[in-house]
Write a protein that binds this ligand. Structure first.
Ligand code: CP
Length: 316
């Protein structure tokens, strides 16, 4: 393993990666996917590397996937959750992180509700930082596992493939990271949702906008459906969930009315019956659990390549 070097010290966002970086992450992830499907799922690549997973916001998939990826690579792992920490007693983010780093930690994986947190930390500490989701800004490993899963499902790279991101684009870090990643890979990207949940600046990024779910579903090869993020909505952006589901949700009836096979994705957690009906989420169109499986291999690749880039011990 290790026929290339990634160009960044940290993974703060997809914006900072080159197309070659993304392709290198994918080729490395394919090898790690073989590893985790073997009876012995572990390699010694990151032994003697210590990684702290700092989660200041809830997570199921990302937290467990990073932890498993780190353990499959034989790293030493410590987990921190803000809800039962001294953050509750008023300790600052930087004090918290510096205290953790003084225990000889090499890499930090951080999820935080404030956009820009990973970038802020990278300017104040020496350890390598991986952004596991910063507010409404970026979620780079989600975008990488999404694009990797799309290539796998389509059996081809994403050049000129039509990808539509549906739903609550305004509050979604997955949407922005997906847009950057898919465009770097040559895909045509569209967003579709209610006008109040699509930021106006997106057209400046070269993204098409549509308010018709039926037209967009007919247009795309892959539909990446996002969760309505009610916890980030301090004002009402939609009249009611019932109307959202009726006009912007993806139902089996709608999917069956469209010609051609569509690949349906969702980063999770799903609001079943709101953005996606259960009989679509559980259908042969959906690759939602394949996304989760690929997340471990993608995160192993990111951790391995960043550790190699810095010259930390990383042997395949
Ligand atoms: N997709 C995603 O980030 O899920 P979690 O919030 O469960 O980590």
């Amino acid at each position: 393993m290790g026929e290339g070097m990634i160009s960044t010290k940290h993974l703060l966002g997809i914006k900072d990666l080159t197309r070659d970086d993304i392709k290198l992450i994918f080729s490395t992830a394919r090898k790690f996917k073989d590893v985790i499907n073997r009876p012995i799922k572990k390699v010694p690549s990151l032994r003697d590397v210590t990684i702290a997973n700092l989660f200041f916001e809830n997570s199921t998939r990302t937290k467990l996937s990073f932890e498993l990826a780190e353990k499959r690579l034989s790293a030493d792992v410590i987990n921190f959750s803000s809800s039962n920490s001294s953050v509750k007693k008023g300790e600052t983010l930087l004090d918290t992180v510096n205290n953790i780093l003084s225990m000889k930690v090499d890499m930090i994986v951080i999820r935080h509700p404030a956009p820009g947190t990973a970038d802020f930390l990278s300017k104040h500490i020496d350890a390598q930082i991986i952004n596991a989701g910063d507010g409404t800004h970026e979620h780079p490993t989600q975008a990488l596992l999404d694009a990797f899963s799309m290539e796998e499902a389509l059996g081809a790279d994403l050049r000129n493939k039509k990808i539509c991101i549906f739903g609550d684009i305004l509050h979604s870090r997955v949407a922005l990271s997906n847009i950057f990643c898919l465009q770097k890979l040559g895909a045509k990207v569209r967003v579709c949702g209610p006008p109040t949940l699509i930021p106006k600046h997106l057209t400046a990024l070269g993204v098409e906008t549509s308010y018709s779910v039926k037209d967009s579903l007919a247009w795309c090869d892959v539909a990446n459906v996002l969760r309505i993020q009610l916890e980030r909505q301090d004002i009402k952006y939609i009249p009611s969930l019932r109307e959202y589901s009726r006009y912007y949700g993806i139902s089996k009836e709608l999917l069956d009315s469209i010609d051609g096979h569509k690949i349906i994705m969702h980063p999770g957690p799903i609001n079943r019956g709101i953005e996606l009906d259960s009989d679509v989420a559980d259908s042969e169109h959906a690759i939602i659990l394949q996304q989760v499986e690929n997340g471990v291999a993608i995160r192993m690749a990111v951790l391995f390549l960043l550790a190699s880039q810095r010259g930390v011990k990383a042997e395949a």
